[in-house]
Design a protein around this ligand. Structure first.
Ligand SMILES: [Zn+2]
Length: 157
């Protein structure tokens, strides 16, 4: 018995049970494999999980600066408005700040060096422009834009 992860043309995912891979191909060829949700017979096999590379990601945090001056001056922070959610979010930001090294405006450069093994692996945070963040993501470097509330940025008196 073989369990296959299948997907129809409408991106419905489901499991199919077949005697063998050949059995699946033969049933597919005869239009006997149907999506249980929409009845589509345009079915393709999903990649099996072990082929997805989930290892070796470098968690880094980018504090993307506020979106560049739009005429309307809409506040650019994404802080949730709900007080309970906001408290949890502040807690998360504090946790991130306590567990990352601040590299400031060197963020993009540092993230790249860590990614390519030129620097010791560690979690960093800093500032990056939207373009830098996009370039890092393009290179497969994991960064997370995280607006940090002004209250937490203020230096301790
Ligand atoms: Zn479907």
């Amino acid at each position: 018995m073989k369990v296959l992860d299948l997907q129809c043309a409408h991106q419905h995912r489901f499991e199919g049970w077949f005697g063998s891979e050949d059995d699946f191909q033969s049933q597919l060829g005869r239009g006997l494999v149907e999506c249980p949700m929409c009845g589509s017979t345009h079915i393709s096999k999903m990649l099996s999980a072990p082929r997805l590379n989930l290892g070796a990601v470098q968690p880094v945090v980018a504090d993307a600066p506020a979106a560049p001056a739009e005429p309307s001056r809409v506040p650019a922070t994404a802080a949730p408005a709900d007080p309970g959610v906001q408290a949890a979010w502040m807690k998360m930001v504090r946790h991130v700040m306590a567990n990352t090294e601040d590299v400031g405006s060197q963020f993009a450069e540092e993230a790249r060096k860590i990614h390519y093994g030129e620097r010791k692996e560690r979690n960093i945070r800093g500032e990056a422009t939207a373009e830098e963040t996009e370039a890092l993501l393009d290179e497969g470097i994991d960064v997370l834009p995280l607006p940090i509330p002004a209250a937490l940025k203020r230096p301790l008196q």
